[in-house]
Design a protein around this ligand. Sequence first.
Ligand code: HEM
Length: 468
Amino acid sequence: FFNPLGQIPGPFWAKLTHLWKAYHMYKRDLPQAILKAHEKYGPVIRIGPNDVNFQSRDAIDPIYKAGRSMPKTIFYDAFTAIQPNLFSTRDEAFHTVRRRQMAHSFSTATVLKFESTFNKHLDRLFHNVEQSVGKTFDMKEFASCYAYDVIGELAFDKDLNTQQHPSRDNLPPIPDHILLGSLYGLVPSMMPYSMKIGNRLPIPGLQKLLASRRQLSAQAANWVKTSIEKHSEGDRGSLLASILEARDPDTGARLTAEEICSEAFAFLIAGAHTTSATVGFLFYHLMHNHDAAKKLAAELSDNLPLYQEGGNMVLYAGIESKLPYTMSCIKENFRISAVFNMPMPRLVTDPKGVEICGRHIPQGTSVSMLSHALHHDPRFWGSDHDKFIPERWLEGNISFNEVMPFGVGHRACIGRNIASINLLKVLSTLWRNFEFLPQNQEEILEMESVGVGEKKGPLLCMVRKREK
Ligand code: HEM
């Protein structure tokens, strides 16, 4: 009766307890549950006792472009692995300095200096796909190993080479780490205790996961230590080397070994699964949409030569403008299957509260948006929002600002250039040289999300090599 959010509709249990979100996160269907709740209750809903979620582009600016007055909420504390890092910190002053310190290392110009790293791993991916001609294989598994190797080498300056024997069993359980963080973070009242309690609960699966997390972070610390030892002044030949050279813009101070380790670890967690899941969805959509696949192949063959192993890899510079249809496939995939699917919560700190979509939201409320819900809003995208239609980006005059796969504002993804370059190179190289065919043309796409969504189950396919 007296709760100022009492008038905002939403699922019954969500108004009473954070466990509604945690339950759906555990079931790996939180994005679908929130979208369904929007379909039932409208664009402004309660997804927790103190959480309001918006499905309207009018909410983007007041939530994500209000700067320091809307910091991240306690949800993100669960993603602090070693020390506070750029992704997880709630301290806006800390964030400003750290982001300025590292921004240069993520600019397009800097990332393109590491293009040979992308090429090396893409060559291995190419080789693995080529070796699979005539067989059925899981493209998701290939993409996971590829993404882990590329992001691992960028973050740690170390060739992890899981593509040598591409198997999910050789990868650390990054999706499980994300699930654990998301579950801990979604029940804020438990946050100060959940990590401590989690360490003591006699649940074998949980203890195995926590042990693998400790092992990965110890390994990461070792890799960073080795890199620091071999680093020489002025060397910016890799992302890690570039970060080792990064300075605090005010004091000129460099990041300490622990700080670098924490950031590098976060790059792996934030960058590897998001990239491989995006590749998985993109290849699924193209394999199940003949027209789009044909147009894509035609554009690529008009503009790019076939890749001969050991020859020259597709170079990023200048290809974006030559490949409008390819770019629209990538954009449409980001829309229809946005992988970053945690509601990105921000805290209202203004004592007067804020006005969002005509609603007064009081101080202390957690407000959020979910890409999946925004990208499937039929009021904006039409009744065919569930269809993969790259043409909407060419004909509809729609701007990429209508979607938010990388977040928005000062906390948006710092790795966006890495992800975009990676995707364009992978898609153009593989689709130019191979025809991908799904094992099951009738398969219906289902997403499962641990906070980052991926196609449920394997992506079984076959390939034919293109001759011209
Ligand atoms: C397709 C790939 C990717 C997607 C869809 C994606 C998506 C996102 C999103 C939506 C956010 C905002 C999160 C929020 O506000 O809660 C974010 C932040 C972030 N991402 Fe990515 N990301 C991708 C790749 C990467 C890569 C490759 C890296 C690093 C190598 C990376 C590092 C980060 C970091 C450090 C942040 C926090 C930025 C800040 O708070 O200043 N991401 N990402």
